[in-house]
Ligand binder design. Structure first.
Ligand code: ARG
Length: 460
C-alpha cells in the first residue's frame, strides 16, 4: 500500500508505479535525506511540536537506518516511490506510530529541495578538490618548463613563440575561474528550503533557522513557493560544470594534436593510452577523446534542466523529478573526467626538442623582426611591410630569417645589421615578452606565484 493510499480505492498500476518511481536514481541521496530528517525531528522536538522522547526515538531510528544502509544490512526497495518514502516507510515499520510523526510540518516537496541542495553542496566541494589537484599538477609541470619554447598559434598557424609553461598556465587560469564559479554557485545553494512544506509553509511553530543551523546551511529560503519551485542551483551547477568541461575539452583537443605524429610535442604514458586492435603502430589518446566526447553529454544535461524548468508554473510539478538524473550525470561525468585527466597529464612526457624545432620554423619571429626595425626608427606599418617581403623572399629561397645573410637583409632595408640575429633568436623573442601576463620565464614565474597566492586565499 502506498503511503498516500487513504484517498484511493485501487492499488497503483505496476507500470505507472515504475514510471513514477525515482528511487533507482535518488537513492544515492540517502545520507542527506536521513540527516535532513534527523535535523527536522530534532527541531520538532525542541519546539514542542512532537514529544522530546519521540523526537529522540525518531533520531535514533533514523541513525539505525543510516547505519544499516551504510553496512548493506538494509537494501533499497525498488518498488518504493522515492528515497523519502522509502526511509519513512522503514522508520514506521521499525517504530510504529512514532515513525509516523516525522513528516509533521514537512512535505516531500521541501524535503526533496533540501536533499538535492544538501547533496550538491558536497558534490561542489568534491569537484573543487579535483580541480585544485589538476591546477597543482599543471603548476608543477609549468615550473619545469619556463624555458621550453614552443610555437603559439592563431588560426592553427604558427604565430609567435611562447613557452610550454605559459601555454599550460592558460588552462590553470581557466580552471581557477571554474573554482571561483563553483564557490559562487555553492554560496547560492547554501539556503535551506525546509519549512516551505508543500508550497504554502505551515501553521506549526517551526524554527527553520535551527534546522538550517543543524544542517550547516547559512540561511533559509525567504518564500515558500520559491523554496519548493527553485531548481536554479541545478541549472547553475550544470552551467559551471559545462564551462569546466569546455575547458577540459579544449585542453584534451590540444593534447590529442600534440601527441599526433604531425606534432609530437608530448608522449602519453603507456598506462594512459590505448592501442588499436588492427594497427600495431597505434598509440591512441582515448582518455582525451572521451573527455571531448563527454563534454557534449554534459551540455545535454544542462539543456535537459533548462528545458524541463522553462514552463513550469509554481510550485512543485512532477517534471522536476527529472532534475536528478541530469545533474547527477553532469556531476559524475566531470568527476570521472578530472580524476582521469590529472594523472594522465602528470605522467606524460614533454618533448622539448620537438617543440623548439617546431618553433624555429614558420617565421614565428617575423613580428620581432618588424619590431627590430621599429626600434631603429621605422613606423610599425612600414616595418611590417618590409618584413612581409622578407618572409616571402625567404619562402622563395627556401630559407628562414635566422639564416639569411645580412647583405640580403640590407637589400630590404639599410637599417638591418648584425644585431638582427640576436633580435630574432627564439630565446630573445620569448625573454623580451616580459610584460605582465607574457610568456617570458620571469613573467610566467610571477604568474605562477600570483595564482598560488590566490589559491591559498580560496575559502574551500
Ligand atoms: N521523487 C520526487 C522528486 O524527485 C519527490 C517529490 C515528490 N513530491 C510530490 N508531491 N510528488 O521530485
Amino acid at each position: 500500500m502506498a503511503m498516500w493510499a487513504g484517498r484511493f480505492s485501487k492499488e497503483i498500476d505496476k507500470t505507472v508505479n515504475d514510471f513514477n518511481s525515482s528511487i533507482s536514481f535518488d537513492a544515492r541521496m540517502y545520507r542527506h535525506d536521513i540527516r535532513g530528517s534527523m535535523a527536522h525531528a530534532r527541531m520538532l522536538g525542541e519546539q514542542g511540536i512532537i514529544e522530546k522522547s519521540e523526537s529522540e526515538k525518531i533520531i535514533a531510528g533514523l541513525q539505525g537506518i543510516l547505519d544499516d544502509l551504510d553496512s548493506g544490512k538494509l537494501q533499497f526497495d525498488p518498488n518504493a516511490e522515492d528515497i523519502h518514502m522509502f526511509v519513512e516507510q522503514i522508520l514506521t515499520d521499525r517504530l510504529g506510530d512514532t515513525g509516523k510523526r516525522l513528516h509533521t510540518a514537512r512535505s516531500r516537496n521541501d524535503q526533496v529541495a533540501l536533499d538535492i541542495k544538501y547533496y550538491l553542496k558536497d558534490e561542489c566541494d568534491e569537484i573543487i578538490k579535483l580541480v585544485l589537484d589538476l591546477i597543482e599538477t599543471i603548476i608543477q609541470t609549468a615550473e619545469k618548463h619556463y624555458d621550453t619554447v614552443m610555437p603559439g598559434y592563431t588560426h592553427m598557424q604558427r604565430a609567435q613563440p611562447v613557452t610550454f609553461a605559459h601555454h599550460i598556465m592558460a588552462y590553470a587560469q581557466m580552471l581557477y575561474r571554474d573554482i571561483d564559479r563553483l564557490i559562487d554557485c555553492k554560496r547560492r545553494m547554501d539556503v535551506m528550503p525546509l519549512g516551505s512544506c508543500a508550497l504554502a509553509g505551515t501553521t506549526y511553530p517551526l524554527n527553520r533557522r535551527r534546522t538550517a543551523e543543524l544542517l550547516g546551511f547559512s540561511d533559509v529560503t525567504a518564500n515558500s513557493l520559491d523554496g519548493v519551485s527553485d531548481r536554479d542551483f541545478c541549472c547553475e551547477l550544470a552551467s559551471c560544470i559545462s564551462i569546466l568541461m569546455m575547458h577540459m575539452s579544449r585542453f584534451s583537443e590540444e593534447i590529442i594534436l600534440w601527441c599526433s605524429w604531425e606534432f609530437k610535442f608530448i608522449e602519453l604514458d603507456d598506462a594512459y593510452s590505448t592501442g588499436s586492435s588492427i594497427m600495431p603502430q597505434k598509440k591512441n589518446p582515448d582518455v582525451t577523446e572521451l573527455i571531448r566526447g563527454k563534454t557534449g553529454r554534459v551540455y545535454g544535461d544542462l539543456m535537459t534542466l533548462l528545458s524541463m524548468m522553462k514552463n513550469l508554473p509554481l510550485a512543485y510539478n512532477k517534471d522536476m523529478q527529472e532534475d536528478k538524473e541530469a545533474i547527477f550525470d553532469a556531476v559524475d561525468t566531470v568527476k570521472l573526467c578530472l580524476g582521469t585527466f590529472t594523472p594522465m597529464f602528470a605522467t606524460m612526457t614533454v618533448l622539448k626538442d620537438n617543440m623548439r624545432r617546431a618553433a624555429a620554423k614558420g617565421f614565428i619571429n617575423a613580428t620581432d623582426c618588424a619590431d627590430y626595425l621599429v626600434r631603429k626608427g621605422l613606423p610599425f606599418r612600414s616595418a611590417y611591410k618590409i618584413t612581409g617581403s622578407l618572409v616571402a623572399y625567404c619562402i622563395e629561397k627556401d630559407t628562414v630569417l635566422e639564416e639569411l645573410p645580412v647583405a640580403e637583409y640590407k637589400k630590404f632595408s639599410e637599417l638591418f645589421d648584425e644585431d638582427i640575429y640576436d633580435a630574432i633568436s627564439l630565446d630573445t623573442c620569448v625573454n623580451n615578452r616580459n610584460v605582465e601576463g607574457g610568456p617570458a620565464p620571469e613573467a610566467v614565474a610571477s604568474q605562477v606565484e600570483k595564482l598560488r597566492t590566490k589559491l591559498r586565499e580560496l575559502e574551500v
